[in-house]
Design a protein around this ligand. Structure first.
Ligand code: PMP
Length: 431
């Protein structure tokens, strides 16, 4: 690992001793810069072992929407820890999971009624894909097994989720030949998508296809690419006309990020299945949900054990995670989260606007609490990330995009520092 950590008073023993045994995400271990040792978090701040404090622009991969260490979530988790930390979900249930399922079903517009819990976004996508395929098996169309997904899509790192992720975004390229091939459709980057090729494709091949999976309004890891509400309405129409289960992956966009509690609300349409995770627990514990409509669920409801959904992660509906998620939903009810998102949107627009005049910038775009500066290229991603840390902010560009997805509770001063640092840093970039 580049720049191996040496023992000094600023570097805790656990860091130097443990680093030799850890395998980091998305990283060439030989060349990856040493990760930063974190000793505390609060609000929108990350404290490092050497005493430095960073303003967090990412909210830990888009999860910590209420800021770190919110006392309401902490108290809920502590109380649950004393009662029931976890029980298996086979044959047993508990109050937190059933309450959370009821609350999610009532918050989700449309007929989304049945909640299947799992422990990560990728697994929630696997479950959604299994629901779609088995829906058709159970209704007498077993040949419908494939999926349509979109260029720039990202749906996770497990096998099924990878196979509906655009290999061109580079994360899973190496596995291209190893896993099932689904169809990745390019609908261009225009505000008004051209779906004629998808419509023609489905006319010919709908008989082999179980469903369509899409990230509503914003394709996140694929480059913070914004999509129209109309796309979702058109996909709904196409899915209905071609017998496809329509899956909305709101793992990134869910829980306020785009300006409404769920992004698809803005489109006035709804999916057959939705996947949720990330901000579900306010960034505290791993939890995901795959929620199905009555229509999908009814196809599994019979006296025949073979039509049952055979999936059940060991830590499914973990009681601590469900308690955190219920507490997170309380905060959406009690605190002015959606107003905060609207304010962040205005501040991002204003703060990032000067980037538009800089030579290396292709586009600046803002939706809800997401701000993205698209550059022509980033020559040295590690160097750029380090440059942000040097200036006291945690910003982690992906591909050629510098983006902000802060906690909704971030202060306006902190946000101004984040946007100002981005403008300054982009200005420093060589032509
Ligand atoms: N879908 C989307 C839209 C995501 O953004 C992500 C995570 N970045 C996932 C699925 C996978 O979630 P996880 O990392 O929790 O497996």
């Amino acid at each position: 690992m580049a720049g191996q950590a040496s023992k000094s008073s600023a570097i805790p023993g656990w860091y130097a001793d443990g680093l030799e045994h850890i395998w980091l995400p998305y990283a060439q271990m030989k060349t990856v810069p040493p990760p930063l040792p974190v000793v505390r978090t609060y609000g929108a701040r990350i404290m490092l072992a050497d005493g430095r404090e960073l303003i967090d622009g990412i909210a830990s991969w888009w999860t910590a929407c209420h800021g770190y260490n919110h006392s309401h979530i902490r108290q809920a988790v502590e109380a649950q820890l004393a009662r029931v930390p976890h029980v298996m979900f086979g044959g047993l249930v508990h109050e937190q999971a059933l309450t959370l399922a009821r609350r999610l079903a009532s918050l989700l517009p449309g007929d989304l009624r049945r909640v299947f819990f799992s422990d990560s976004g990728s697994v929630a996508v696997e479950v959604a894909m299994k629901m779609a395929v088995q829906y058709w098996i159970n209704t007498g169309k077993p040949k419908k097994t494939k999926f349509v997904a979109f260029k720039h899509s990202y749906h996770g790192d497990t096998q099924g989720a990878m196979s509906v992720t655009d290999p061109a975004i580079g994360i899973h390229d190496v596995f291209r030949e190893a896993y099932p091939h689904h169809t990745i459709i390019d609908i261009g980057r225009e505000p008004e998508p051209d779906l004629t090729s998808l419509a023609r494709f489905l006319e010919r091949q709908a008989g082999e296809y179980a469903g369509i999976i899409v990230e509503p309004l914003v394709q996140g890891a694929g480059g913070m690419i914004f999509r129209s509400e109309k796309l979702l309405r058109s996909l709904r129409q196409l899915a209905d006309g071609a017998d496809q289960i329509l899956i909305f992956d709101e793992i990134f966009t869910g829980f306020g990020r785009t300006g409404t509690l769920f992004a698809y609300e803005q489109a006035g349409t709804s999916p057959d299945v939705i996947t949720l995770s990330k901000a579900l627990t306010g960034g505290t514990l791993p939890l995901a949900a795959t929620v199905a409509t009555r229509k999908v669920f009814d196809a599994f409801w019979s006296d025949d054990p073979k039509t049952a959904l055979m999936h059940g992660p060991t830590y499914m509906a973990n009681a601590l995670a469900c308690a955190a998620a219920n507490a997170s939903l309380d905060l959406f009810e009690r605190e002015p989260r959606m107003r905060q998102v609207a304010d962040i949107s205005i501040a991002l627009e204003r703060g990032l606007a000067p980037c538009r005049d800089l030579p290396r910038v292709k586009e600046v775009r803002v939706k809800g609490a997401i701000g993205a500066v698209e550059l022509d290229r980033i020559d040295d991603l590690d160097r750029l990330r380090a440059r942000f840390v040097e200036q006291g902010v945690f910003v982690r560009p992906i591909g050629n995009i510098i983006y902000l997805t802060p906690a909704f509770t971030i202060s306006s001063d902190e946000l101004t520092t984040l946007t100002g640092t981005i403008v300054k840093t982009v200005r420093e970039l060589k032509q």
